[in-house]
Ligand binder design. Structure first.
Ligand SMILES: Nc1ncnc2c1ncn2[C@@H]1O[C@H](COP(=O)(O)OP(=O)(O)OP(=O)(O)O)[C@@H](O)[C@H]1O
Ligand SMILES: [Mg+2]
Length: 265
């Protein structure tokens, strides 16, 4: 039994088919990177894995169970933008999930539970290098810092699956490099299964243990929207998934230009 099993998934928005015949088996600990043309349905696919969107046909199971029809604590998500709450400081952003869970009416924590939540938030801030910015609001953070915060927030519930939708798309190359290291560390330490959409093919090769390409196999020139996209390539990358060994070895040879990019400080 695969950890994540997607079978014969179809999704349309109104009359427009977006995805068709998507099937996939993913063992635990895999780092799946996803590329494909803009608008081909990559984010839609992630939203279905999250449980935010329902497929028209087919099913998605995690550990043999159909995923619940709403986002749950076993799945964390980071989008390219707007993942964090702009009116809360870094620390408040990291405390909020515990506050909502433990005190849904007041949204405040007291005593021991506040102490525990604060200690967890502080440990995460330390890990992602934001301890010095605990009292700042997202607008006072750089893009890279905001994404660090979004990643930390997604990690709070210790999800088994982390969904990343172009999380580094808006960042400068140097910052991206740091983020690649951070996400690699998190993936290894937390032994998570990651699905990451990216437009950057080098990033996809560098970070993934497996690369999926979404594309349309059927085209009707008279009706460009007649068919949906599916997985046209499923490449195993030269790197073990964490469950089957250690994490990726940074010194390992990377395909093509990805290795060159690694050398850039
Ligand atoms: N809620 C929605 N209602 C109607 N159409 C939608 C909705 N969400 C997405 N779409 C359409 O579905 C298609 C796939 O969208 P999706 O966002 O999944 O693509 P994508 O591959 O992530 O694209 P990009 O690379 O630009 O992020 C697009 O044509 C989009 O306009
Ligand atoms: Mg998208």
């Amino acid at each position: 039994m695969s950890f994540v099993a997607v079978s014969d998934l179809y999704k349309s928005y109104g009359p427009a088919p977006i995805l068709e015949r998507v099937s996939l088996q993913v063992p635990r600990g895999e780092f799946v990177t996803i590329v494909g043309a803009s608008g081909c349905g990559k984010s839609t696919f992630l939203r279905m894995l999250l449980g935010q969107e329902q497929p028209d046909r087919g099913r998605i199971a995690v550990e043999g169970m159909p995923i619940p029809g709403e986002p749950g604590p076993d799945r964390g998500v980071v989008f390219q933008k707007y993942s964090v709450f702009p009116h809360l400081t870094v620390l408040q952003n990291l405390l909020l999930p515990a506050e909502i869970e433990k005190s849904p009416w007041l949204g405040r924590l007291f005593g021991e539970s506040r102490k525990t939540a604060k200690a967890e938030a502080e440990a995460l801030m330390e890990k992602i290098g934001l301890s010095h910015a605990a009292k700042r609001y997202p607008a006072q953070l750089s893009g890279g810092m905001q994404q660090r915060l979004a990643i930390a927030q997604a990690l709070l519930k210790k999800p088994k699956i982390l969904l990343l939708d172009e999380p580094f798309g808006a960042l400068d190359p140097g910052i991206r490099q740091d983020m690649h290291e951070l996400i690699g560390e998190i993936w290894r330490e937390h032994a998570m299964t990651i699905f990451m959409v990216t437009h950057d093919i080098q990033e996809a090769f560098k970070l993934g243990t497996r690369l999926l390409v979404f594309d349309k196999v059927r085209h009707d020139p008279q009706h460009p929207g007649a068919y949906g996209a599916t997985i046209t390539y499923d490449l195993k990358l030269n790197k073990p998934a964490i469950a089957s060994g250690n994490g990726p070895d940074e010194s390992e040879a990377m395909p093509g230009d990805a290795a060159k990019e690694e050398a850039i400080p």
